[in-house]
Design a protein around this ligand. Structure first.
Ligand code: SF4
Length: 249
């Protein structure tokens, strides 16, 4: 998938590889599996796609327009999946060439991040946000691993939220996204769990984004206590934008 997306917290998706293996309860109803089966693809096999040059094209367009754009990276896989180890270095190089794109990399394998960053990562690429998914209290350790990784923005996606995350430590986290599961087999989410996370995020000045309630259709039930919560980390306004005089090609 390489075009605009309906995921409300991003603009585009980029999948240099697709396919994945389920790793925790949040994966149970992973939309990628059903979608790939519909397309006649084997979802358990991780394969390269033909979208590798898409970000370079988006970069030219964004630079021409003097703006930046979000790119959710690996919506149909996991950026840090072991099956992609041989390709990831090449993908980091593409990211480095696209300063006007902010790559939002979300993983359920944060324990693999430290050993699979590029050599020049330093304190983190200016255009990469690193995130991890947490669906239940027993996986809050993923945030503990993530907070030790240098990154300009660290974020948590609590989607699908399957229980209260009372043990989640938001120290060192800049952005918290919360959402219920969608699809025919959606599992319920209590708004009390969401409120508790919202209140702690606000108290700790962590940007809070409520994506959706649990339900059959995605991006429905987006109000919480009568309003939308669609905050982004403050540092988003300090992202450097590169402008060029040439038109997009
Ligand atoms: S890690 Fe993500 S892409 Fe992979 S199976 Fe789980 S939900 Fe699906």
């Amino acid at each position: 998938m390489g075009a605009n997306t309906t995921i409300s917290w991003t603009k585009r998706t980029w999948n240099p590889w697709r396919g994945c293996t389920k790793i925790s309860p949040g994966c149970k109803n992973c939309y990628m599996f059903a979608a790939q089966l519909r397309y006649g693809n084997e979802p358990h096999t991780v394969v390269r796609t033909r979208t590798w040059n898409d970000p370079l094209r988006w970069q030219r367009q964004a630079a021409y327009q003097g703006k930046w754009e979000f790119v959710f990276t690996c919506s149909w896989s996991d950026w840090f999946h072991e099956a992609a180890d041989e390709w990831r270095g090449e993908a980091w190089q593409i990211i480095r060439r696209c300063p006007n794109l902010i790559f939002q990399i979300l993983t359920k394998r944060p324990e693999r991040i430290a050993d699979h960053l590029p050599d020049d990562w330093g304190e983190g690429y200016a255009n990469v946000w690193l995130g991890t998914s947490i669906e239940l209290n027993e996986y809050v350790w993923r945030a503990d691993v993530l907070r030790k990784i240098p990154a300009v923005i660290r974020f948590i996606s609590a989607e699908p939220l399957l229980g209260p995350l009372t043990d989640l430590d938001l120290e060192g986290i800049h952005w918290l996204i919360v959402g219920g599961e969608s699809g025919a087999r959606y599992r319920p989410m209590k708004l009390a769990w969401v409120r508790e996370l919202r209140d702690r995020a606000l108290a700790q000045e962590v940007a809070f984004f409520f994506k959706q309630s649990a339900g059959r259709r995605p991006e429905t039930g987006t109000l919480l206590d009568g309003r939308h919560w669609r905050q982004y980390p403050r540092r988003v306004s300090s992202v450097p934008v590169v402008s060029v005089g040439k038109g997009p090609r």
